[in-house]
Design a protein around this ligand. Structure first.
Ligand SMILES: Cc1ncc(COP(=O)(O)O)c(C=O)c1O
Length: 391
């Protein structure tokens, strides 16, 4: 395995010396991603897609390569990969298109574990179509999600879609996806998995899991800001997107309204190749070791409460905590004064923070381990929290 120093040397953004534990909100881009975007922009290639001249063909090749690279990362086929400005943006257009086929009596199941990008688009599309939304509830103590109640929610065959997190962007908890897929499909429902907080850390094979749609955002895995849906099982051709009339392309092009972000796709290829250049399982094991170091350190610290599940290999390496007598914002600010970047609040996992009863007190402080996190980063966070202490 590459040494952590060699990994860190590939991230120009680390040069300012900050301790970057803000990865769940977005990682730094890897050097090859930065270079690929700059190289494309400097080349004669910047040209729109589908032309007969060399520069346009070169752009076509950039897009085709990106679809291949993303597909290899998430276990899909290249022609199942739709790229857009963000996962949230794609979720709104996808659910709006789906909702044309819903009506009163139809049901969508969402979960309290999810980032709001996998809740609000469904709520609004359901509202507009007359369908209803039911929520799968989390355990109010540790925020974990048992998917078994899905059975009851799907039993009458009226559930059209199940929308569920692949891993929480707040607590790192990863529900039993294989079971959720089995229950949904057994009752004729489709399933969309939000893989945004999962794909950067855990092996995620959309085909092997059998999910119908998997989302992922390349800026969470060392790439540029963009969103991706891997839409499987022939669904892309079955759903009619909102699009302009001349855009009669097939496959992903039908869904990519307007000109796609070609230069970013060049960077996405490099980031996806960085992700798959080493074993994701090995990387997950290293991240889990650091997670254990962090979580043990926090557990031992007076006045600090860790929320969420214990350390296991099958979860994302993200930790949330609170400090007695100090608001999450105060803790975040103090850490920033020590040049340590974290996040605080609900981080858009609104239902989960409500279920944990932490809304009134300002949510939680979140720190995430990613590939460039070092043991020194973890120790720096622990030392700063010991310096702050509870109030
Ligand atoms: C779990 C999860 N899902 C979805 C999103 C939304 O992704 P995007 O910013 O690409 O819209 C985020 C963003 O933080 C996230 O953490």
């Amino acid at each position: 395995m590459t040494s952590i120093d060699d990994v860190r040397a590939r991230f120009p953004g680390l040069s300012d010396g900050w301790v970057r534990l803000d990865g769940p909100a977005g990682t730094l881009p890897v050097d090859t991603c930065v270079d690929a975007i700059a190289d494309y922009m400097r080349s004669p290639a910047p040209a729109n897609l589908g032309g007969e001249f060399d520069a346009s063909r070169a752009s076509d090749a950039v897009v085709a390569r990106a679809r291949e690279a993303i597909a290899a990362l998430v276990g899909a086929k290249a022609d199942e990969i739709v790229v857009g400005p963000s996962t949230t943006n794609l979720m709104f257009s996808f659910t709006r298109a789906l909702a044309r086929h819903w009506g009163p009596g139809d049901r969508i199941v969402c979960s309290q574990l999810d980032h709001d990008s996998n809740v609000s688009p469904w709520l609004l599309a359901a509202r507009d179509s007359g369908a209803t939304v039911e929520m799968l509830e989390v355990d109010p103590v540790d925020g974990t999600l048992d998917v078994e109640p899905l059975k009851g929610l799907c039993a009458d065959g009226r559930t059209k879609w199940v929308a569920i997190s692949g891993a929480s962007n707040l607590t790192g908890h990863a529900p039993d996806l294989a079971r959720a897929v089995a229950i949904a499909h057994e009752h004729g429902a489709r399933i969309l998995v939000d893989g945004v907080a999962r794909v950067p850390h855990l092996p995620t094979d959309a085909a092997a899991l059998g999910v119908d749609v998997l989302s992922t955002s390349p800026y969470k895995w060392y790439g540029p800001h963009a969103g991706v849906l891997a839409v499987r099982n022939g669904l892309l051709g079955q759903i009619e997107p909102y699009r302009v009339r001349p855009a009669d392309y097939v496959g992903p092009f039908r869904w990519e309204t307007g000109t796609t972000q070609i230069e970013l796709l060049a960077g996405i290829t490099a980031a996806a190749e960085f992700m798959t250049s080493t074993s994701i399982a090995d990387e997950a094991a290293r991240e889990t070791r650091l997670l254990a170091l962090l979580q043990e350190g926090l557990h031992e610290m007076p006045g600090v409460t860790v929320h969420g599940p214990s350390v296991t290999p099958d979860r994302a390496p993200t930790v949330v905590f609170t400090v007695r007598g100090r608001s999450p914002q105060e803790v975040d600010r103090f850490l920033a004064s020590r040049r340590i970047a974290v996040w605080h609040g609900d981080n858009y996992a609104c239902e989960l923070v409500d279920a944990l009863g932490l809304r009134e007190s300002g949510g939680l402080v979140r720190a995430g381990i990613v590939r460039y996190t070092s043991e020194d980063d973890v120790l720096a966070l622990l030392a700063a929290l010991a310096e702050l202490g509870p109030a």
